[in-house]
Design a protein around this ligand. Structure first.
Ligand code: TNX
Length: 556
């Protein structure tokens, strides 16, 4: 069934004809979409695998459809389809250029070339060249405007990647797809020279439009350069949203014009009493630009009405609950709250969200909304009734943690689900049935600050332990009982920062689990298999080592 469906994408694509020396073969060891275990199992005759051919459908020279090829067994997230071939491969060399077929593809070619230079040490100059002959180049080829690709699903992030003896070509209808395809190509390049790639065809597109990683800057501050390093990691696994948790009880991390004490006072703390820190507007926009070059949308979060100790210490008129607010460097949650009945609160929100909207090109503002334990449900609702319209007034779409599901979300509000009680789950399912989209971030699978097994220095355990298998083995569309499958906008992994003291600590919690969450977000459910994933992701360890990533040795 899968093969029959897959074939349609190849009918109009004479890929192998262009390949010249390659004869396309499939892995004959399995017909269920999972790779076999023997990399040498591809038929040795050079003839197409009869099991992979569809009678009367394939024309001479076309690659027959089939399961993942032996040469593509390290791909994570697993693509819709990857085929291998016998015959000569392609070697990245000192002569290789990164060829943008149009001027529009030049910017993405520059980013891709820089990534490949880091991996290979080769010069890889970028040229804009529309000629069909690719030489030994990596070619990035946007589809002609108005055409519908026959070799892959539609969509800006879909791509087709072909490696032949003559070079490698990535086709996509939009620059985002060229970039995603290049991330696949990077995984086909050996960690060390010679950088020879076997002939391959990959066609691919994401399952979900929202694939995010949340980074908590409030509990631990990351300077922009460290955030860029994390963005590189996120981009390599095809995530397209970076959710920044910018404010919390322990710190306020973004400068807001006209509110100098937010950073002057609110940014001077962090968990454990370290120096804290903040980003200027220029820092923030620099990070946004770096993410945008990798087709990642930044989703800024200002958490409210709870998790606001740092703001209240800076501007005490924001509270009216009679508590004495002082700088906080501990890890308790839920004790702070903005004044629900105070006009100062809404003036403040209008200024902060307005400024953030101005600085943020992406469509979303996240307003938190979690764990306000000192407010009664009616107070929470009253707050949200006034806070939510402010987001729309500044032209953005609202996202909030799932507590908003029971707090009268405005139409169009997106709910981010993190777990907790059956009652919470039922409220989210009901909101979804009423039309709200949901981002799935269940703490017991996708909170990447949980300990792996319990013995590690880093991480917490309130949602249990999350080993690599647990971060992999869950199904976003059925995880939440009663949630319509089409309400799932996507998946997010959340890296809370209470135990993190450095970017190396962050990497320890992210790797390898970031890859598991990536596959839950990108790949088709029928392609996903834990044992297979474990084998594929194991091949990434050498790359992580080469890049100096402090990953957790949790795969064996
Ligand atoms: C829960 S669930 C939080 C954060 C903590 C995290 C620690 C949710 C939206 N909030 O405030 O940092 O647990 O794991």
């Amino acid at each position: 069934m899968q093969r029959r469906r897959a074939l349609a994408f190849f009918l109009a694509v004479p890929i192998a004809a262009a390949a010249g020396t390659a004869v396309w073969v499939t892995d004959s060891s399995s017909s269920d979409g999972n790779p076999g275990t023997d990399p040498g199992a591809a038929p040795g005759s050079g003839a197409p695998d009869p099991g992979g051919a569809e009678p009367g459908a394939a024309e001479a020279g076309e690659p027959p459809p089939g399961p993942l090829a032996a040469d593509a067994r390290g791909l994570v997230p697993i693509p819709i389809e990857a085929l291998g071939a016998k015959g000569a491969g392609w070697t990245l060399s000192r002569d290789t250029r990164v060829r943008a077929a149009t001027e529009a593809a030049r910017a993405v070619a520059e980013v891709v070339a820089a990534e490949l230079r880091t991996a290979t040490g080769l010069p890889l100059p970028v040229v804009v060249d529309a000629r069909a002959h690719a030489g030994t180049d990596l070619s990035l080829v946007p589809d002609p405007p108005g055409t519908t690709p026959a070799d892959r699903p539609a969509g800006d992030e879909a791509y087709a990647l072909t490696v032949t003896a003559g070079g490698a070509t990535i086709r996509a209808s939009a620059p985002a797809g060229l970039y995603r395809g290049a991330q696949t190509l990077r995984q086909l390049v050996p960690a060390r020279a010679p950088f020879e790639l076997r002939p391959a065809v990959v066609r691919d597109a994401p399952r979900y439009p929202y694939r995010g990683i949340m980074i908590d800057l409030a509990r631990h501050f990351y300077p922009p350069a460290e955030m860029r390093r994390l963005i590189d990691h996120i981009a390599a696994y095809k995530f397209n949203h970076l959710h920044l948790h910018l404010t919390d009880d322990q710190g306020w991390r973004i400068a807001i014009e006209g509110r100098p004490r937010l950073t002057g006072i609110g940014a001077s703390t962090q968990v454990g009493g370290g120096p804290g820190g903040f980003w200027t507007a220029a820092d923030y926009q620099g990070v946004i630009g770096y993410a945008a070059e990798r087709f990642i949308t930044v989703v800024p979060e200002i958490d409210m009405p709870g998790h606001t100790n740092a703001a209240i210490v800076a501007y005490p008129e924001l509270a009216c609950d009679g508590r004495k607010y002082a700088p906080y460097t501990g890890t308790q949650v839920g004790f702070s709250a903005l004044c629900v009945d105070g006009e100062a609160t809404y003036t403040f929100l209008d200024e902060v969200l307005g400024r953030l909207a101005e600085l943020t090109p992406g469509p979303y503002l996240h307003i938190g909304g979690d764990e306000t334990h000192t407010l009664k449900p009616a107070q929470y609702r009253a707050f949200m009734a006034r806070a939510q319209p402010i987001v729309a007034r500044h032209g953005k779409q609202l996202i909030a943690w799932h507590q908003l599901a029971a707090g009268d979300p405005v139409p169009g509000a997106i709910i981010e689900y993190w777990g907790a009680s059956k009652q919470d789950a039922a409220a989210v399912a009901a909101a979804a049935r009423a039309g709200h989209k949901v981002v799935m971030a269940p703490a017991d699978h996708a909170y990447l600050d949980m300990k792996y097994a319990g013995g590690e220095r880093l991480g917490v355990t309130w949602a249990g332990t999350v080993d690599v298998r647990t971060s992999y083995d869950w199904e976003p569309s059925t995880h939440l009982p009663g949630l319509p499958a089409d309400a799932v906008l996507g998946v997010e992994g959340a890296l809370w920062g209470e135990t993190i003291k450095s970017v190396a600590d962050a990497e320890y919690l992210l790797f390898p689990r970031i890859a598991a969450v990536a596959e839950a977000a990108w790949s088709r459910p029928e392609r996903r298999d834990w044992a297979d994933f474990r084998t594929r992701i194991g091949t990434h360890e050498a790359r992580w080592q080469a890049r100096g990533i402090n990953y957790a040795r949790k795969l064996s």
